[in-house]
Design a protein around this ligand. Structure first.
Ligand code: CDP
Ligand code: MG
Length: 711
């Protein structure tokens, strides 16, 4: 194990503790690898901050929370889940003995719903704040209020019943950590709180720009650069940034080929390792092991290696200047995942990775002119490029006294994105026409599911398919039920996990296929063979089983007044009836009312049913098979899980709906008026441009007004 005592955060622990003692909020800036994530919690623990409450450390990513908790438990020589634990969605590895708890920012938000004062924590570390994840941004606003309210409450109590014990509100402290130099911005937001800069130990990094920009074929340029470094530069590992899993795996193949074709003896051995967030943890830890003597390592990574994972031994960085970034267009509801230019802040971070152990070099595959004049300064925070449906429902459920538009955001989202979220929540009956959260909306936000799935699950109680909907929600929530390179489209119609019994499942799209696979796997005793035969990932299925159990537990919790099993199915019965498969499709239509599409006349293209702007889109090739009619036409109405723009707009993960079900929700879709919803009173959106004027049903899709929806 490395000597953690020499990490910069450890060296400055006295000063950090003094700052924490004297202030309710502090910002700690320290370069990546200085020990913020693994050491700060332990320093606070050792100073007694966990004696009357837990220490929470938030992480933007699930894997981050889990691997760091493991590491810290190891460093302290304790069993994970005892003194050191973690909590992420669907997985709680903490106990009453836990003093240091790593949790995702989303999990801490969820805990706020049940305990708005977060009473069990004495100190909260908002870690990796530079990432500006959507949930961390919301926590900024909530914790700012909470620190104030808990500490004033405590001060008042102190005046009246001095010295009294357990019922007193505990003081709450907040530490914000960042790897980039954005401390002033955080500090200004938190009333000019002190910023503590942990001096880094960075060696100089020589930055080499190319003479031409290589942004169009950056993969080839990056591979060439790696080979040049390997054949001409002294010892030291290489860190090469690419944008995603598939690209990384392909590039690794090409590097292997290039190494194999080098003349014998022209270079030493090269070990090439991938690193991306969805890589299984046991493969991820390989990057923490140093290479054997005389061997060079080349780590091909996404931007997880930029600030969250520190790879030791890197001397050369290859930076193509791009990153894959998700963005959302509220006007059409379309998600896109595009390769975009990184910001100058990111470029500096990447270069810094080369100087951790000795002087290094960073090869930028873009020109100095590009860097200085064209590269964006900073990356837009996630809150400005995401759908805000879940966030707005969450904020409404907290029933704060401010409306969502006036929430104290560090960087406010676009008004259009808030309007879009309000409109969608109205369609889902989560808000009433005054913009107040409904009892149904409160139940939705209490479920650990995205609003659409939560709405579908609540509808399933009424329509007798709770069991089926839970299975589908669990399969959708477990990220990897299919093996890499496999998808629903690869499960042929002829494959019948249920033998002749399967007719009712075939040709009904992805959700029903997921149900069929789940039931088939369960009936096969959750076997490895079944998983292999259908191209399924056993780990993902096991996770789905865990999620399923938890969702099931929530449905049956005796304290829940809505506890009602529909359809008379008992746990253990493994097959949905044809009526239940129908009901499942119906509840999906209710939950995904904001994600409906209608086929064009005599044509297998679709157009989304959207009050503002319907989008033309095709079925994604990965979709599970859909039954066609005699004319070879696909179902007229579909529910889709995602509208994505890759090369063209595509619908992904679809389920056929029916005209009569669509008719029930269509009036809501077309008339949702968001202008009154931001608060729940006459206070509107203040004349915001582009507010969603609903259009008449069927408008503009050339369907000749044949809206059965209106009927
Ligand atoms: O959060 P920050 O980037 O400041 O540093 P950290 O994640 O606490 O990492 C401190 C040191 O622990 C680095 O040298 C990491 O390489 C190392 N570490 C590790 O060896 N294994 C882990 N699972 C996490 C960190
Ligand atoms: Mg960290």
């Amino acid at each position: 194990m490395s000597n953690t005592g020499s990490l910069p955060i450890r060296i400055f622990s006295k000063d950090i503790l003094a700052a924490v003692k004297n202030n309710d909020v502090i910002v700690v800036i320290g370069e990546t690898g200085s020990g913020k994530t693994t050491q700060l919690s332990q320093i606070l623990y050792e100073a007694g901050y966990a004696s009357d409450g837990m220490i929470a450390v938030t992480q933007p990513r699930r894997v981050g929370a889990v691997t760091v908790a493991k590491r810290v438990a190891e460093e302290r020589g304790v069993q994970l889940g005892r003194e050191v634990g973690y909590a992420v969605r669907f997985e709680d590895c903490s106990s009453s003995a836990t003093r240091i708890k790593y949790l995702t920012d989303g999990t801490l938000l969820r805990e706020c719903l049940e305990d708005p004062q977060l009473k069990r924590y004495s100190i909260i570390v908002l870690d990796e704040a530079h990432e500006r994840s959507l949930n961390t941004d919301i926590l900024f606003g909530l914790l700012k209020r909470l620190v104030r309210s808990r500490n004033t409450q405590r001060a008042k109590e102190g005046e009246t019943e001095a010295g009294s014990s357990s019922s007193r509100a505990r003081r709450l402290k907040l530490v914000i950590t960042s790897a980039t130099l954005d401390g002033e911005k955080f500090s200004a937001y938190f009333g000019n709180c002190p910023v503590f800069n942990v001096p880094g130990r960075c060696f100089p990094v020589d930055i080499i720009h190319t003479l031409e920009d290589h942004l169009s074929d950056y993969v080839s340029a990056a591979i060439d650069t790696v080979m040049q470094i390997h054949t001409s530069q002294p010892d030291g590992d290489i860190l090469m940034f690419l944008t995603g899993q598939a690209e990384i795996e392909k590039a690794i193949g090409r590097i292997h080929q290039a190494v194999a074709s080098l003349p014998a003896g022209s270079a030493g051995p090269l070990v090439v390792l991938p690193l991306y967030a969805s890589l299984p943890p046991e493969l991820q830890v390989r990057v923490f092991r140093p290479a054997p003597e005389g061997t060079r390592r080349c780590i091909v990574a996404t931007n997880v290696a930029e600030t969250s994972i520190t790879v030791e031994g890197v001397v050369y960085v290859v930076d193509p200047g791009v990153v894959k970034q998700k963005s959302y267009q509220p006007a059409s509801g379309m998600d896109s995942l595009d390769v975009v230019a990184i910001s100058r802040v990111q470029a500096t971070q990447r270069a810094g990775r080369a100087g951790r152990t000795k002087p290094g070099k960073c090869f930028r595959l873009y020109t100095r002119t590009y860097y200085e004049h064209k590269m964006p300064n900073v990356t837009a925070p996630e809150i400005q490029r995401s759908s805000l449906v879940g966030t707005v429902l969450y904020l409404k459920s907290l029933q704060l006294e401010v409306d969502v538009l006036n929430f104290d955001f560090l960087d406010p989202p676009a008004v259009g994105a808030l309007e879009d979220a309000l409109r969608q929540l109205l369609v889902l009956d989560a808000l009433d026409s005054d913009g107040n959260v409904t009892p149904l909306g409160l139940r939705m936000s209490g479920l650990p599911l995205e609003p659409a799935l939560a709405r579908a699950l609540l509808a399933a109680r009424e329509l007798g398919c709770v069991r089926e909907m839970i299975s589908v929600a669990a399969m959708l929530s477990s990220e990897h039920v299919f093996l890499a390179g496999q998808g629903p489209g690869d499960v042929a119609a002829g494959d019948h996990p249920h033998g002749q019994d399967s007719r009712r499942y075939v040709g009904l799209g992805d959700h029903v296929l997921l149900l069929r696979l789940w039931e088939g796997w369960e009936a096969a005793g959750c076997s490895r063979e079944f998983a292999r035969e259908y191209g399924l990932d056993l780990r993902g299925l096991n996770f789905a089983r865990d999620i399923r159990r938890q969702l099931d537990g929530r449905q049956q919790r005796p304290s829940s007044p809505q506890c009602r099993w529909g359809g008379g199915t008992a746990p253990g019965a493994a097959r949905a009836s044809a009526a239940q498969v129908d009901a499942l499709r119906h509840v999906l239509t209710i939950g995904f009312a904001n994600k409906l599409a209608r086929r064009l006349p005599r044509h297998n293209g679709y157009k989304t049913l959207h009050a503002v702007s319907g989008q033309l889109a095709q079925l994604h090739p990965s979709c599970a098979q859909l039954r066609e009619d005699a004319d070879g036409l696909l179902p007229e109405f579909l529910v889709y899980h995602e509208l994505v723009a890759t090369s063209r707009p595509f619908l992904r993960q679809v389920c056929p709906s029916r005209a009569e079900w669509v008719a029930d929700v269509l009036p809501k879709i077309m008339s949702a008026d968001v202008r009154r919803l931001s608060q729940g009173s006459s206070r509107g959106l203040g004349g915001a441009a582009g507010s969603g004027q609903p259009r008449s049903p069927g408008g503009g899709d050339g369907g000749g007004g044949g809206d059965r929806g209106g009927a």
